[in-house]
Write a protein that binds this ligand. Structure first.
Ligand code: GEK
Length: 245
């Protein structure tokens, strides 16, 4: 796995982009930056085993290199499912296609995967039993979030599951500062320097827009998900499940 050294080298202050440099080091970047990322991917596999239904679609929206797609594929144990993996970044999609092709060669899995280079705001969700938004919604403008969550709700079959993982912000300023400090300390333990932490933070400003857990749960409720629950929280990183009844 190539090591993420992007903010050791870059001294300019350009906003963060999902380009070729990022795609190359992405697994290492997420593993060292997002507390609980590996646990989330594991749980997505377990949830797929419980929620994916025969002859339905499962979506991985903002799939990057397809980690959640592979986890769902390994978890699904019913016939006739198709996973649709969507990302807007060409550099991610190119690598994701290679990773899925390698998975096909090695394991000949039954579940088909279609990798699509597109904007998740333009994708139609249909006949879905499971949808994953693993750290993707945070990159959309707030105005675009409601319509997307509604279209996911409408495209899910009854009993279908949405997994929504996000970086969040706390309502209380003191707690927010503490959780941010703990996250930065976590990154320092994972061998990022103070300089890298601070440059990355600046580059994500206005690119990754976090909201409170309450704001996410309200949006889910407004879209029609009568119940949602936080199943994982590690500092300011949460994963929520919502089921369409
Ligand atoms: C994982 N889910 O490993 N349409 C499509 N893709 C988008 C859009 C959009 N409008 N906006 C952002 N993206 C993955 C990790 S990363 C999380 C997801 C992170 C894509 C973007 O190109 C990137 O690949 C992904 O969302 C976010 O489980 O980098 O913190």
């Amino acid at each position: 796995m190539s090591k993420d050294e992007i903010y050791q080298k870059t001294s300019d202050e350009k906003p963060f982009r999902f380009n070729e440099d990022v795609a190359k080091v992405f697994p290492d970047m997420l593993r060292r930056s997002i507390p609980g990322y590996t646990a989330t991917i594991e749980a997505i596999g377990s949830l797929a085993a419980r929620y994916a239904r025969a002859d339905t679609n499962c979506y991985d929206l903002g799939c990057s290199l397809g980690a959640a797609t592979i986890a769902m594929r390994q978890g699904i144990d019913v016939p006739g499912c198709q996973i649709v993996a969507v990302d807007t970044a060409a550099a991610m999609i190119e690598r994701c296609r290679d990773i899925i092709a390698e998975d096909d060669r090695q394991f000949s899995p039954e579940t088909a995967v279609t990798v699509v280079e597109d904007d998740i705001r333009d994708i139609e969700i249909t006949n879905a039993s499971m949808v994953v938004l693993n750290y993707t919604l945070q990159f959309l403008t707030k105005a675009d979030r409601g319509p997307l969550i509604r279209s996911i709700h409408d495209g899910l079959n009854d009993g279908g599951l949405l997994v929504l993982s996000e970086k969040v912000v706390d309502e209380n300023q003191g707690i927010e500062q503490l959780l941010t400090d703990l996250h930065h300390e976590h990154k320092r333990r994972n061998e990022y320097s103070m300089m890298e932490v601070s440059r990355k933070r600046a580059s994500l400003e206005n690119v990754l827009i976090p909201e409170t857990v309450a704001a996410h749960q309200e949006r889910l409720a407004e879209a029609g998900f009568s119940h949602s629950a936080v199943w994982l929280r590690f500092f300011n990183f949460v994963s929520i499940i919502a089921i369409k009844k």
